[in-house]
Design a protein around this ligand. Structure first.
Ligand code: SF4
Length: 483
């Protein structure tokens, strides 16, 4: 780590975004949205926003920061209305500038606000096409392309506009749109990113994950089908299947890591699936050891499964500072040498002299894992065996997760033994692809696992994807004036 580098305490794949939408005239919809976003905070910590619609006007408030930093009581009270949408963001296309925070607000032909989770693989082409038609953009996020297409559309009803626009979009998009009088939500034909419908009394809401329903007292009804459009409004819940029969490709990494352990995905409680991943990991790659520890918190369920299946006791060998993501102060040279201790502190009394199995959910770059191995050895561990409850990540994700270059991945072009050498551990084993699907109990054919296998489920993925800063680069290349 050089003095110029910001202190990066995350080495796992980055979460993408979380979305929420609600129609409930008798409730404080801004407050409901605030708490739903609070539950979805793990899906994005760069910015948060809420838009509400009241008396034919849309008000959107968005800011860089965590949900609890962006909103306070007066701001929530200013957001009145009978319906709302919300968004938490980690940037996957476009930088983390304020302009790229969401919900995006546009009023070309129709006024709307839009919140999107995913990544359009064909964003560059659509962006150029629209700009050639004179459309101005105020952000460099691909989400504004969807907002522009819907806002400009001539159809009277937003549902008809979505029906026309959805088939033109390529990539991953779980999207929520607020118009002056309705909330609609739709999901890409492959269903890459999650989106679910909840019931709140006799009203409805939509959210990226079911944990957002629990916090506001809503009940999960079902997931939005891939290629489906859902309207929630005065007439209740209305649905249209816009695209039928496409290959399903739900992101299997949501089961491994992204979703909260208390969320249900495809009918499975994530915590239970992750435990099973740990059990199968033990069966596939047993090791003689005295103690199982997790890399907290995301490694916890798989570590429990590994310990249960193996009979090797589990304890907390690493203590995590839960508030570390909230500091924006850089540690300076003197503290920097303690590196990862900002995030994890080992317990020498528990791990000293023992053969340790360390269970984690994934390794991307390997920097954190390497430091953890060293830290555990320094704390007296006799042996350190890494067990990862996912297969090796060897390929970029073009569908909304920030893993965009091969160079970022320690397992790319290396054998498992070579990765173990790089990390300095006594042994390393990953869960197999077969073991992964056995753990979730669902077929591989209906999922995306491209970051493990290189098998991209959508056609044209690699040539269409331009990387995280594709639209910024396109901007400077065209040197067109920005709105
Ligand atoms: S490439 Fe990996 S992270 Fe991206 S959608 Fe597919 S499984 Fe998920």
């Amino acid at each position: 780590m050089t003095p110029q580098e910001p202190l990066s305490l995350r080495d796992g794949p980055r979460d993408e975004c979380g979305v929420f939408g609600v129609y409930a005239p008798e409730s404080d919809v801004a407050r409901l949205t605030y708490f739903a976003l609070y539950a979805l905070q793990h899906r994005g910590q760069e910015s948060a926003g809420i838009a509400t619609s009241q008396d034919g006007h849309i008000v959107a408030l968005r800011e860089l920061g965590l949900v609890s930093q962006v909103f306070d009581e007066p701001k929530l009270q200013a957001l009145g209305g009978s319906m709302a949408i919300g968004h938490v963001r980690y940037s996957t296309t476009g930088s983390s500038a304020w302009e790229n925070s969401q919900p995006i607000h546009r009023s070309d032909r129709r006024e709307l606000a839009l919140a999107h989770n995913g990544n359009l693989t064909g964003a560059l082409e659509l962006h150029l096409e629209l700009r050639e038609r004179g459309v101005r953009f105020s952000s460099t996020s691909d989400s504004e392309i969807i907002a522009a297409l819907l806002s400009m559309h001539e159809a009277e009803a937003i549902e008809d506009a979505v029906e026309d626009v959805l088939p033109r979009l390529e990539g991953a998009f779980s999207t929520v749109v607020l118009t002056q009088d309705s909330v609609v939500a739709f999901r890409d034909p492959a269903g890459l990113r999650p989106l679910a419908i909840g019931q709140l009394g006799d009203r409805y809401c939509v959210a990226s994950e079911s944990c957002a329903f629990d916090i506001i007292g809503a009940r999960m009804l079902r997931e939005v089908e891939p290629g489906e459009l859902v309207s929630i409004g005065e007439r209740g819940l209305e649905v249209r299947q816009v695209v039928k029969g496409a290959r399903r490709a739900f992101c299997v990494f949501e089961h491994i890591y992204f979703a909260r352990p208390d969320s249900k995905l495809e009918g499975r409680l994530t915590q239970v699936s992750r435990r099973r991943m740990g059990e199968i990991l033990w069966r596939e790659s047993p090791v003689g050891a005295d103690l199982v520890i997790a890399v907290p918190d995301s490694g916890n369920p798989a570590a429990v499964g590994f310990s249960t299946a193996s009979g090797i006791p589990k304890d907390d060998g690493l203590i995590k500072n839960r508030y570390v993501a909230r500091t924006f102060i850089q540690p300076g040279q003197e503290l920097r040498k303690h590196g990862l201790r900002m995030k994890f502190n080992p317990l020498p009394e528990i791990i000293g002299g023992k053969r340790i199995v360390v269970v984690d959910d994934s390794i991307v770059r390997g920097n954190t894992t390497r430091q953890i191995v060293r830290m555990l050895r320094d704390a007296g561990a006799a042996e350190v065996h890494m067990r990862i409850s996912a297969p090796p990540i060897r390929h970029p994700c073009h569908y909304g997760i920030d893993m965009s270059t091969h160079e970022e991945m320690i397992a790319h072009g290396r054998s498992v033994e070579e990765v173990a050498d790089e990390l300095g551990c006594d042994s390393l084993a990953y869960l197999s692809i077969e073991g992964l699907y056995q753990a979730i109990g669902l077929p591989r054919e209906s999922h995306c696992d491209a970051c493990f296998t290189g098998d991209y489920p959508l056609e044209r993925t690699e040539e269409a994807a331009g990387g995280k800063f594709a639209l910024e680069n396109a901007d400077s290349a065209m040197a067109l004036p920005r709105a």
